[in-house]
Design a binder for this molecule. Structure first.
Ligand code: PMP
Length: 399
């Protein structure tokens, strides 16, 4: 018999399964709102002009392809820190922060998880209820027990902050708490600045290990505004983790560009932490790929390209917001009485629409519109051509 005879079929990834069904659908009007990708108004994944320019310069230089340092080049780490903590800030100057290039936000979370597991394998990891579906799987794969903390409140379509805070205040010291720094996936419901301040204090009081997941910096209000949680943790003097993803903000999904930053108590501590993080990386994939990181570093460290990128990022942000308000308007225009104005308040690419699994099913069957069964839709998959059709379909299923 085969050595694989006992291997069971793993459950299908729900979102990838949705994509397969969408691709097989032959209706010309079909729309895929299930994705986690930013599309432009023509329904295409953009290649940013700033990225194109940096890529062209690299191609012309034709640099050799030696190995990178285990943690990636220093210029990349510096660029990431400037983006998160501000250029010239106390943290970036102090030498207390270590940053390693990683394979996307996922890779950053994973090397962070592996490092944490070596530090304290018995800690429990807490993720929001609900959260990005890979958070649980990833921390479990690193060997942790994973539990939920209260987060989304379907009645207010916002955060049940009282429940969240009370829960955090009841946790054991050393518990790892994964926080979406902005643009919560899947709900679109974020904490207010004041609530972030209370979360920081709860982490201090209970001795928790905060792990901020920053996958959408610049998609809510702006690059600096979206770093409010990072700034509050920075100002607190606490130690914490931040994973960054440039998949969305640079539209570089397949290049796998991200970073893990760890804020420590001192420069001396940072040296010890980095030495261990490097062991984690070395035994996983040895050192990161060159291309995507070089593009991001080049854009972030050239004043012209950086400005161009900021403008393009603002364009993506504004388009998503226009789709949010456009959808709400059109639903109203189609005679929907239910108040959908919460869609405007939610931030980032996603909205928890409150559509039931049955309504999502009906959208698929009757209209060829695909969404996640939880009612999550991606606003960045809407455009000026399909928004009317989508509004009409939603109107038909909620009436
Ligand atoms: N965290 C969250 C909350 C995300 O939504 C995503 C991407 N969908 C990631 C991390 C992973 O990002 P990447 O594709 O860069 O690995």
């Amino acid at each position: 018999t085969s050595i694989f005879a006992a291997v069971e079929m793993a459950p299908r990834d729900p979102i990838l399964g949705l994509n397969e069904a969408f691709n097989a659908d032959t209706r010309a009007t079909k729309v895929n709102l299930g994705v986690g990708v930013y599309y432009d108004d023509n329904g295409k994944i953009p290649l940013l002009a700033a990225v194109k320019a940096a890529e062209k310069a690299r191609l012309e230089a034709m640099p050799p392809r030696g190995y990178q340092p285990i943690e990636g080049p220093a210029i990349y780490g510096q660029a990431v820190q400037n983006l998160l903590f501000g250029a010239g800030s106390e943290l970036t100057e102090s030498g207390r922060v270590v940053t390693a290039q990683a394979l996307g936000g996922t890779g950053a979370l994973r090397i962070g998880a592996d490092f944490l597991h070596r530090m304290n394998p018995n800690a429990t990891v807490y993720i929001s209820d609900p959260s990005w579906e890979n958070h649980r799987a990833l921390f479990e794969a690193a060997g942790f027990k994973v539990e939920n903390y209260p987060y989304y409140d379907p009645t207010t379509r916002g955060v049940n902050f009282a429940a969240m805070k009370a829960f955090l205040l009841g946790l054991e010291a050393g518990s790892i708490i994964v926080l979406h720094a902005c643009c919560h996936n899947p709900t679109g419901a974020d904490l207010s600045d004041a609530q972030w301040g209370e979360v920081v204090e709860a982490c201090r009081e209970r001795g928790l290990v905060p792990f901020l997941d920053m996958a959408y910096q610049g998609f809510a209000e702006g690059i600096d505004q979206d770093a409010v949680a990072v700034n509050l943790f920075s100002a607190s003097g606490l130690q914490f983790f931040v994973s960054s993803s440039f998949s969305k903000s640079f539209s570089l999904y397949g290049e796998r560009v991200g970073a893990l930053s760890i804020v420590t108590a001192s420069k001396e501590e940072a040296g010890r932490v980095m030495s261990q993080l490097k062991r984690v990386i070395r035994t996983n994939y040895s050192n990161p790929q060159i291309h995507g990181g070089a593009i991001v570093a080049a854009v972030l460290s050239s004043p012209e390209l950086r400005q161009q990128w900021e403008d393009e990022l603002a364009g993506m942000r504004d388009r998503i917001r226009a789709m949010r308000s456009g959808l709400v308007e059109q639903l109203k225009a189609k005679g929907v009485e239910q108040d959908f104005s919460f869609v405007i308040k939610q931030r980032g690419m996603f909205s928890y629409t409150g559509l039931s699994a049955a309504q999502v099913e009906q959208l698929k069957n009757d209209f060829g519109i695909y969404a996640v069964s939880t009612g999550r839709i991606c606003l960045a998959a809407l455009n000026s051509k399909n928004i009317g059709y989508v509004a009409e379909a939603i109107a038909a299923v909620v009436k």
